[in-house]
Design a protein around this ligand. Structure first.
Ligand code: NAG
Ligand code: NAG
Ligand code: NAG
Length: 345
């Protein structure tokens, strides 16, 4: 009897516990349904990045976007959300306008680095600008025949150079597997977008001798003999015209602190785009077009454009652009104004 009572009690307890669990699950589901799903804000009150990103409309007028299906764009947004989990402030500081300026800059860089490649920006660089530099390896700039050891551009921001592969590999894998096999980036979507967000969020050294610009054959000599720039250097050919002040910063900080698309351009590709002597300045995908591209996206989102960032571009960060870009036609007709900016002489 006693035993039966015990088992009855146990039974009751078990039934109650089961009920509680079921109610608990139900309440939990209800709570999730009410407070998180498709809400702009997460449980902790911060903005839900994936929901915010889904509300972003990538302007169809953007060059090359016409060749990208909406399905592919939707997939990017999923991949970007996933990659940004490691960097929760990526385009997500809570300052809506600055976050949009930042995302516009990120799109600009993907577009100008990869031309969106029909929706598959996880590809590798197609034409090295200069064969002697195509390995992008500071330990030897010779052209390597082994594709597995080419540190040329890969992925949405075209991660390049052995030291960038090394740093990203350490950050992502805590080892140097991407140095041994950089082609891993070509085949893995997650890794490829992670490299783009990593590059964007981390601080990098930039500036120095203008490189790797084809046609300027003194680069190596200047770099080796005058590591601190032209001042005090006795090599007359290594002049200010080939030098950008050395700095340290991230693209993310550039868009939030100095608010400068020009600084982003300098960090990403200053050797080509900001060098005082660059011949790439007005070419496809370079300084002029990047600036205009960014302005086009920002205007399409109905945000006021900080013209000080566009004309001249930018304050003290991209010397070749300062005073050389004329965006007056874009100012006067901000909608559908493609190739409006021109080079001033
Ligand atoms: C953000 O919203 C999506 C879609 O509703 C949801 O799946 C996700 O769990 C939310 N994320 C956070 C951190 O709340
Ligand atoms: C997101 O990333 C995780 C690893 O960080 C991976 O397991 C998952 O498959 C990814 N999800 C998508 C939708 O790519
Ligand atoms: C630039 O920033 C990175 C990351 O904070 C750091 O590792 C590196 O030493 C910095 N370089 C200089 C020159 O300050």
């Amino acid at each position: 009897m006693f035993n039966i009572k015990i088992s009855q009690t146990i039974g009751l307890v078990l039934i109650s516990a089961t009920l509680l669990i079921i109610v608990g699950i139900f309440m939990d589901a209800l709570k999730k349904e009410i407070s998180y799903d498709d809400e702009m804000f997460t449980e902790t009150g911060s903005r839900n990045f994936s929901v915010w990103l889904k509300g972003i409309n990538i302007p169809k007028s953007l060059e090359h976007i016409a060749y990208v299906s909406q399905d592919r764009i939707d997939q990017w947004l999923v991949d970007i959300t996933n990659a940004s989990k490691a960097y929760p402030t990526f385009c997500n500081t809570g300052d809506d306008k600055l976050d949009k300026y930042e995302f516009a800059a990120f799109l600009t860089i993907i577009g100008s680095e990869t031309e969106f490649t029909y929706g598959f920006p996880c590809t590798h660089e197609q034409g090295c600008p200069d064969c002697t530099h195509c390995s992008y390896n500071t330990n030897g700039l010779q052209c390597l025949t082994d594709d597995k050891l080419q540190y040329f551009g890969r992925g949405p921001v075209q991660l390049s150079w052995n030291y960038n592969y090394a740093d990203f590999s350490q950050s992502y894998f805590q080892d140097d597997r991407l140095v041994k096999n950089p082609t891993l980036l070509d085949s893995n979507t997650e890794l490829c977008w992670a490299s783009a967000v990593w590059f964007w969020m981390e601080r990098h050294d930039y500036g120095g001798w203008c490189m790797p610009q084809a046609g300027w054959d003194q680069h190596d000599t200047c770099d080796a003999k005058c590591p601190n720039g032209p001042s005090g250097c006795s090599l007359s050919q290594c002049s200010d015209a080939h030098w950008l002040p050395r700095k340290n910063g991230s693209c993310h900080d550039a868009m939030h602190s100095s608010g400068s698309i020009g600084q982003v351009i300098n960090i990403i590709n200053g050797g080509y785009d900001c060098c005082p002597t660059t011949t790439y300045f007005a070419g496809f995908g370079h300084t002029l077009r990047r600036t205009e591209w960014w302005a086009t996206i920002v205007v399409s989102w109905g945000l006021g454009l900080p013209w000080s960032q566009v004309d001249p571009v930018p304050i003290n960060e991209c010397p070749r652009a300062v005073g050389h870009i004329n965006c007056t036609p874009l100012k006067e007709n901000p909608e559908n104004c493609w190739t409006c900016c021109t080079e001033k002489n």
